[in-house]
Design a protein around this ligand. Sequence first.
Ligand code: PLP
Length: 388
Amino acid sequence: MCPPPVYLDHAATTPVRPEVLEAMAPFLGPRFGNPSSLHRWGREARAALDEARERVAGTLGANSDEVCFTSCGTEGDNLAVLGAWRARRTAGRNAVVSTPIEHKAVLGAVHEAGREGAEERLLEVDANGIVTAESFDALVRDDAAVCSVMWVNNEIGVVQPVPELAAKAAERGVTFHTDAVQAFGKVPVDASSQRFDSLTISGHKIGAPKGIGALYIRRGTVIEPLMHGGSQDRGRRPGTENVAFAVGLACAAELAVAERETECRRLAALRDRLEAELMARIPDAVVHGRGAPRAPHILNISVPGTDSESLLLALDLAGVAASAGSACQSGSVTPSHVLAALGVRYDLSTAAVRMSLGSLTTEECVDRVSQLFPALIQKARRLAGATA
Ligand code: PLP
């Protein structure tokens, strides 16, 4: 009998939690009202939406009017970066600052601001991917409108010192956004004691469905809406609200926060076990970001003499789902912009494989992958040799 497949791609997406499905179900069924309607169906939907907003705010240490529901993390990042730039730009505050290792959702928004006249500035990161203090001090000055630094990197898992960076940005009057899509549920997030002005989360990374996220926007932070229409969400995000998914996000966010410490301990132990076993079997493998604080759910590893596509193919054939730290197109592998920014050697950056752990990961999964790995590496080396 075939062993069950192993899912090691939780940073890409997570299964919807049964508690979340159950909480959402009535709003996909009989409680279908539009929260803007004045009748009883509408009032019922409004009450559910208000409660969901309150509960998401609670998980962020925020007030409920500081939570804006979005369709995904990408929308939250765009609204935070572009919206703040458009609202704040003046001749004397014309720069948008970010890092070269952001998700494309932030980098795309930064480039769009650039097309609209912003001066784009990218902070320097060290060999582990951590923003250097010198470059932050040099680039985040009082002529910058917005600075966006991700909390946890989605490819290598490194954790930036966001509370410290946010405090510095606040001293310089720069609006500070953080993409916490991979961080929420993994690091303590508390808007009441940390100084970020906006923060993005995404439901499908924490057991809610795809298609819902939230942007925290601190009171007093100016942001221009990206869309124009009705007055929903205080005009920040017009469009009829997705009540069912907002309820699902609230449920998932509360569970993620309640379970954060125990789940992080569990995942860190599994990640360390996987890493140690892989390194023992393939001593010339390289783990990216290893010298920096890392979130417990992401392991990014390169094996010399392989390429990501061949190894992912070999893993998939063996029933193991992982992903590349690089964008694979058939026959060619584009090196990851994250690993390039860290100065990783080209042959290693095109060999990177990201394994991301989560609710489905057990010791058996980790041990199975470790045992399979040497044979898969041999296979991948043969495949890589054949296509070289
Ligand atoms: N930011 C980070 C760090 C991510 O990992 C992702 C998704 O992978 C996103 C933003 C985009 O989130 P979404 O898929 O909800 O648009």
